[in-house]
Write a protein that binds this ligand. Structure first.
Ligand SMILES: [Zn+2]
Length: 115
């Protein structure tokens, strides 16, 4: 059975084809991800700041490391006026709730949640 030398999809995949180097048509057509970079981010943040609203941005806060880190970056590094928001679906662990509480306390941002 023919398989792609890059991704290991085989010839049973619908509408797949292979080139002479056994690279599949999906691998050949994929676009290379090119990040916009921090300069573009800074432009967007400045645009938000220029609006001069009560808040520059909203962070959906789950208590996990990703959203907590974003909140840290927004407040401490990019100096944004932030609001955090949590939608508690009833499945949050006490650990996550404690993290949220701590993050709100440390950053001092306004926090909106559904409880
Ligand atoms: Zn492939």
């Amino acid at each position: 059975m023919k398989t792609c030398n890059n991704c290991l999809l085989d010839e049973n995949y619908p509408q797949i084809s292979f080139n002479e180097n056994n690279i599949c048509s999906l691998c050949e057509s994929k676009k290379i991800y090119k990040p916009f970079g921090e300069e573009k981010l800074l432009d967007i943040l400045q645009w938000a700041k220029n609006k001069n609203a009560e808040y520059d941005a909203l962070v959906p806060l789950s208590g996990g490391k990703d959203s907590t880190y974003i909140l840290h970056l927004a407040v401490n590094i990019y100096k944004l006026r932030m609001m955090a928001m949590t939608y508690d679906n009833g499945l949050f662990s006490q650990f996550a709730k404690d993290n949220i509480e701590r993050a709100i306390q440390i950053t001092g941002v306004k926090h909106f949640n559904n409880h």
